[in-house]
Each structure stands twice: as C-alpha cells, then as structure tokens.
Design a binder for this molecule. Structure first.
Ligand code: NAD
Length: 289
C-alpha cells in the first residue's frame, strides 16, 4: 500500500510559515492584501473563492472579494483590474477562472500587473518560468513541487510524466520540473488527449502527475510499480440521488496498491494550491518595501 502524501498537513505547515512572515511584515506596517474577483454564479468557483478567503484570514492576509454578475462587460472588468493595479494595499490580484464566454480570459490576465499576478498566469511571468527566472509560480504546480520537496521525494534524473497540457496545471508543471535545482532536474514528458499509446508512456513514469479532469482516468495498469502518483483532478461525481462526492483523476483504490506514494482527493494537491497562493501574496507584499 502506498504512503499517503498528506497535502492538508503540509499546506498547514506552509500557512504557519506564511503567518510568521506576515507577522514580520506587519512590524513594518505592511499587511499583505489579496483581491479576489469572482464573476457569475459557478458553484465550484464560489467554493474555491470562499476557501481562499478563509485561508487568507488564517495567515493574517487581508482579502477583499469583488463579485460581478455573469453579464458584466469585459470593459468593466478591465477597469476594475486597472484600479486594483494602482491600489497600494492590494498586493495580489486573482481573477477566479473560468470566466463567462463573452470575456476574453487572456485579455483579463494580461491586464493584471505582473507584480500582482499571484496566480502566475500573466504571459510575462509564464515566460520567466520557462526561462528559469525568479517569478510568481502558478499555485498548483508550485504546490505539487513543494509536496515532493517536503516529502523528500527526489526529482533529479527522474522521469516525470504529466497528463494534461492546460496553461494552469499541465504546461507550467512540466516546465517547473524541467528547471535546474531542487525540485527540478527531471526528464519530463507531457501527454494529452491526442497522445498515442498514452499508457505506454505513463508506465515509464517515476513520478506521474494527473491533471485531466476525468474521474478515475488513471488505472493501475497505466502505472509503474513503486511510482509516485500525484492526483490533481477535482471531479464531482453523483453517488446516488441528490448525493455526490469529490474524486480525483486517479483510480485511488487500485493505484494506491501499486504506487510508493500517492496524494488523496480531497486533501492532496487542493490545499497546497491555496497555501502557495498565500505564499505568493506575501512575496508580492515584500515588493512594497
Ligand atoms: P483542462 O480541462 O484545462 O485540461 C485538461 C487536460 O487534460 C487537457 O490538456 C487535455 O489534453 C487532457 N485530457 C483530457 N482528456 C484526456 C484524455 N482522454 N486523455 C489524455 N489527456 C486528456 O483542465 P485543468 O485546468 O488542467 O484541470 C485538470 C483537473 O485538475 C480538473 O479536474 C481540475 O478541476 C483540477 N484542478 C485542480 C486544482 C487543485 O488545486 N487541485 C487546480 C486546478 C485544476
């Protein structure tokens, strides 16, 4: 049976570290501030925003929520971002994705000041990540990397296979593990919906990262014996009338019998994403000094 990687506990540890840093900043009169922009009524987005705000409170970070109806215009949203870019007490700006179809997500993300882009999605910050320069790292990939570092699971020389090529998880995760240094130096392969013989490649992974959005996609026969399996997926599945539960992208029951380490869903990568957001917001606040 695989060792469970307790993302909740590690996230708590990081939150405590952030709280201590916030304490130091407050001595200089700086209270880190995060602005969260929520558009529409997507229930999952609402839960994510609530959890992010709760975590900010725990760490001593001030968070403000700006909510809009789904019908808000792109222009109005851009104006708000411009206003937040200029507000001294706002160190980080997060626009909860996805946005309604009539709003160009790329335009909105590009409007956020790269110095306040605590999600690490701005093209300038993505470019820096690719080049191996210091920048705000996207929270979910950075959270995965921290899980491995803090569990002392070496990545150097290992074959990391990432399933999924999204801009939020798959692509930045691949670049992160490719970088030189601690938590990097891996040989990285990305597979996706158009990959042929996907299981042949995933079976070669020393570390397998699943970011697909398909419940229980990764089966035991797709995983090498003793592999480290990181499940990024968050999927709500019906389990009866008016009853549902969260599951990941990995068939946990069977894969956990084969893997050496595995993350649970919930309680694995999810809490780490939020912890890294707190970390990025505090780093952004340090730029005020
Ligand atoms: P996405 O839909 O943007 O990307 C999914 C990727 O999976 C695509 O690149 C696609 O090529 C690949 N894919 C889809 N079907 C496939 C198939 N049959 N075979 C191979 N590849 C396939 O999703 P995303 O934003 O990257 O999110 C992925 C999952 O991670 C979702 O369940 C999402 O809810 C979850 N997520 C979790 C966190 C967290 O904090 N834990 C953060 C972000 C996303």
């Amino acid at each position: 049976m695989a060792n469970l990687i307790d993302g909740k506990a590690i996230a708590e540890q990081i939150t405590n570290e952030v709280r201590a840093e916030v304490g130091e900043l407050s001595k200089k009169g700086i209270i880190p501030g995060l602005a969260v922009v929520l558009v529409g009524e997507n229930p999952a987005s609402k839960v994510y925003v609530r959890n992010k705000q709760k975590a900010c409170e725990k760490a001593g970070i001030t968070s403000i929520k700006i909510s809009y109806e789904a019908t808000v215009s792109e222009k109005e949203l851009l104006e708000k971002i411009c206003e937040l870019n200029n507000k001294k007490e706002v160190d980080g700006i997060l626009v909860q994705l996805p946005l309604p179809k009539h709003i160009d997500e790329n335009k909105i993300i590009s409007a956020i000041s790269p110095l306040k882009d605590v999600d690490g999605f701005h093209p300038e910050n993505v470019g820096k990540l690719v080049l191996g320069q210091k920048t705000f790292l996207p929270c979910t990939p950075a959270g995965i990397q921290q899980l491995l570092i803090r569990k002392e699971i070496a990545t150097a020389g290992k074959h990391v296979v990432v399933i999924g090529r999204s801009n939020i998880v798959g692509k930045p995760a691949a670049f992160l593990f490719l970088q030189k240094g601690i938590g990097g130096d891996a040989t990285v392969t990305i597979v996706h919906s158009r990959t042929k013989n996907l299981a042949e490649i995933t079976k070669q992974a020393d570390i397998l990262i699943a970011a697909i959005g398909v419940p229980n996609f990764v089966k035991a026969e797709m995983v090498k014996e003793e592999a480290v399996v990181i499940d990024v997926g968050i999927n709500r599945v019906e389990i009866g009338e008016n009853e549902s539960k969260l599951v990941g992208d990995v068939d946990f029951e069977n894969v956990s019998k084969k893997a050496s380490f595995i993350t649970p869903v919930p309680g694995g990568v999810g809490p780490m994403t939020i912890a890294m957001l707190l970390k990025n917001t505090t780093e952004a606040a340090k730029l005020r000094v």
